[in-house]
Design a protein around this ligand. Structure first.
Ligand code: NDP
Length: 242
């Protein structure tokens, strides 16, 4: 890969941690963002030497200021990985408006907030890679996750639409739909529920963050210019989407 500048949202922990390292190893200058966990970000920076930035991707103005700061320090953004996300699970009849809004804002509005900062420049320069981390549960739906499933399905619609706008300008937009990956997010799932989930995964294990990072590095590569508007499923065979 040519020397590219990449922003990875939520790039300091979990899947994002592995994505940031994979892009660094591919030769990119990486800016990893996070929201509140300073301790994890500090440890990540010390471990990897990757630059870290703190802002809330649910906040448009914060994204604007944050991307401007990254670009001032490292140059224009070639690759954006919209990875930051949260869950606030509850059965729909118990789901609060706050839980709905928090997830829509953090997981879907954030994709607009971030992509809107970098897409015009990518278009002008004739090169860009946007990779959106969706979810198996955006493809198939999941009980207790109407908010999350809606946000993650929304990311797929966004991906398919923006891909059509970017294609003739050298900007590809793709999504990855991970299955269950062993991160803090999944550690929050009760053990008995997790056991049942693993039993439904044909490869017989949770995914590793690196399984997803590999997909991102592939889609972000200079040579991946013919792949756009796609949803790359990486779920151990748990759900085979059309
Ligand atoms: P983690 O909870 O391990 O890490 C989430 C990261 O996102 C952290 O760096 C966190 O920052 C950051 N983040 C969360 N909200 C915000 C915000 N509002 N602004 C800025 N940064 C934010 O999550 P995972 O690594 O498990 O998940 C990463 C992505 O992959 C998510 O979009 C998730 O939905 C998706 N996914 C995960 C799956 C899984 O099984 N784990 C399966 C399918 C999809 P901080 O450290 O400061 O909290």
């Amino acid at each position: 890969m040519a020397k590219r500048t990449a922003i990875v949202t939520g790039g300091t922990r979990g899947i994002g941690h592995a994505i940031s390292i994979a892009l660094k190893n591919a030769g990119c200058t990486v800016a990893a963002t996070y929201h509140g966990n300073d301790e994890a970000a500090k440890a990540f920076k010390e471990e990897t030497g990757i630059h870290v930035y703190k802002w809330d991707v649910a906040d448009y103005a914060a994204c604007k200021a944050g991307v401007a700061e990254v670009e001032k320090e490292h140059g224009t953004t070639d690759i954006l990985v919209n990875n930051a996300g949260i869950t606030r699970d509850a059965m729909f009849h118990k789901l609060t408006p706050e839980q709905w809004q928090q997830v829509i804002r953090s997981d879907l509005d954030s994709v607009f907030n971030m992509s809107h900062q970098v897409f015009p420049g990518m278009r002008e320069r004739g090169f860009g890679r946007i990779v959106n981390i969706s979810s198996i549960n955006g493809q198939k739906g999941q009980m207790g996750q109407t908010n999350y499933s809606a946000a993650k399905a929304g990311m797929i619609g966004f991906t398919r639409a923006l891909a059509q706008e970017g294609a003739f300008k050298g900007v590809t937009v793709n999504a990855i739909a991970p299955g269950y990956i062993g991160t803090d997010m999944v550690a929050a799932v009760p053990e008995d529920v997790l056991k049942k989930i693993v039993a439904q995964i044909p490869v017989g294990r949770l995914g590793e963050p690196e399984d997803i990072a590999r997909c991102v590095a592939f889609l972000a590569d200079d040579n991946a210019g013919f792949i756009t508007g796609s949803v790359l499923t990486a779920n151990g065979g748990q759900y085979i989407a059309a």
